[in-house]
Design a binder for this molecule. Structure first.
Ligand SMILES: *[C@@H]1O[C@H](CO)[C@@H](O)[C@H](O)[C@H]1NC(C)=O
Ligand SMILES: *[C@@H]1O[C@H](CO)[C@@H](O)[C@H](O)[C@H]1NC(C)=O
Ligand SMILES: *[C@@H]1O[C@H](CO)[C@@H](O)[C@H](O)[C@H]1NC(C)=O
Length: 409
């Protein structure tokens, strides 16, 4: 009798365990993807891995094991690949002004100087590396397709480093590359150099491109900037794409707010204020005009949203972390007479991306300032799609990007 009860309790325990597991797995797997997204199972799978990794990292942080971004860095390190040359491209590692870079040089013979593309990887200023499989693959492909010398730069990451370290590393590395003798050493035509990056890398690309305009020591001018779903402002965390984006794949609003606040500090006071959109104090409210989606977004993206000025916050945060109102972190804050001098610009935005409206607003502001902009909006796009391994949309996006660069760089 006792044995039977025990067995039944055992069965019951197993059943409950199974039920809980099924619910947990379903909770992770079930992310309602927008219908327009193709190959949904691949996206869902990747998203699930990412979500588990991020949630474990946050749990570890709460338990005091490690900063969450350190844990994710550790998990991502398995995706790094060595700098191996292949039949088409020679790959090497070196440092530019003490910043580590990976350089990709086409093997085919060239009688003329080549294009040069300086690439900045994404990862929320916390994650990613030029060595990661997806960025290494992208840089190889870019070098081969464009017959270009690609410099893929690294930079210090959160939490070891905060703003402005990331910006400064990238800027130092770019300035080194733009020296005429260095360009010559790698066979690059100084009239055909461009800067590009995705996500946080797009943020850094936009920021260093602006900074170069004000640097009299750099004689070589950029021919183009190509920004792939860039993050461009931290002042208004309630633009329509952020409001819609609590369930977008790969990058949710809360993760993006976390990346932004970590860029400036690990102090959670800033993150909390940013989540409430209450971090800009009254004395800086004049900056909000530069990120005003009510006046800068095309009608169709405003539909169903009502503009509300962000609630003013206390001045303490901005005094401690002035980075979040710095144009070097938020390129949308630049005024028109800076924007006016920017080079030919290419911008990719995605419909299902919390950063969509940052990109759309920059397109509008650049056009208002008289800059030539080519804008590709992907109706079925989502954040991260550009460098997503083995996805059709990644190929489509990259092919458009390559053909624009072939024509314009
Ligand atoms: C914390 O993260 C760092 C960097 O990723 C790693 O080297 C270290 O082993 C981690 N520590 C623990 C206790 O997990
Ligand atoms: C090298 O280039 C050729 C021609 O474009 C291509 O078919 C081949 O797959 C490339 N090799 C690698 C390793 O990418
Ligand atoms: C944003 O623009 C709208 C009109 O398009 C205006 O009513 C509002 O006051 C502006 N807000 C800020 C902070 O510039």
């Amino acid at each position: 009798m006792a044995a039977k009860v025990e067995r039944e309790e055992g069965n019951m325990g197993r059943t409950i365990f199974l039920l809980i597991s099924v619910v947990l797995v379903a909770y992770y797997v079930y992310i309602p993807l927008p219908d327009a997204i193709e190959e949904p199972w691949k996206v869902l799978l990747e998203n699930t891995f990412l979500k588990i990794g991020v949630d474990l990292a946050f749990l570890g942080e709460r338990l005091g094991i490690n900063h969450s971004m350190k844990t994710i860095q550790l998990l991502m390190r398995f995706q790094d690949v060595p700098p191996t040359s292949d039949e088409n491209v020679t790959v090497m590692e070196t440092t530019f002004n003490s910043v580590p870079v990976r350089i990709y040089i086409p093997k085919r013979k060239s009688t003329t100087l080549r294009r040069g593309l300086f690439y900045i990887h994404g990862g929320g200023w916390c994650l990613g590396s030029a060595a990661s499989f997806m960025y290494d693959t992208l840089s190889r492909r870019t070098a081969h397709k464009l017959d270009a010398v690609v410099v893929s730069t690294d930079y210090g990451l959160v939490p070891k480093y905060h703003f402005p370290r990331q910006f400064e590393d990238v800027y130092r590395s770019l300035r080194w590359f733009l020296q005429e003798d260095i360009l010559e050493k790698y066979g690059v035509d100084p009239r055909r150099v461009g800067v590009s990056g995705d996500s946080a890398g797009g943020n850094l690309a936009a920021a260093v491109t602006q900074q170069l305009l004000q640097d009299p020591d750099v004689k070589v001018k950029l021919k183009v900037q190509a920004l792939i779903y860039p993050a461009l402002q931290a002042l208004d965390t309630n633009v329509p794409s952020q409001q819609e984006g609590s369930h977008f794949p790969i990058l949710t609003r809360s993760l993006m707010v976390r990346f932004w606040s970590e860029y400036f500090t690990t102090d959670q006071g800033l993150e909390k204020a940013m989540l409430l959109n209450q971090h800009v104090p009254m004395e800086f409210s004049h900056l909000l005009q530069f990120v005003n989606w009510s006046s800068l977004l095309p009608e169709r993206y405003k539909k169903g949203h009502f503009y509300k000025n962000p609630t003013p916050g206390n001045s303490e945060l901005v005094q401690k972390y002035p980075g979040f109102i710095d144009v070097k972190a938020c390129p949308l804050l630049a005024n028109d007479n800076i924007l006016h001098h920017l080079p030919l610009t290419y911008i990719i935005t995605c419909q299902y991306d919390v950063l969509r409206d940052d990109g759309l607003m920059y397109v509008q502001r650049l056009q208002n300032a008289g800059v030539h902009v080519t804008h590709h909006h992907f109706e079925d796009g989502f954040h991260g799609a550009f460098s997503f391994p083995n996805l059709q949309i990644a190929n489509r996006m990259q092919n458009q990007y390559f053909s624009w660069l072939i024509k314009n760089l």
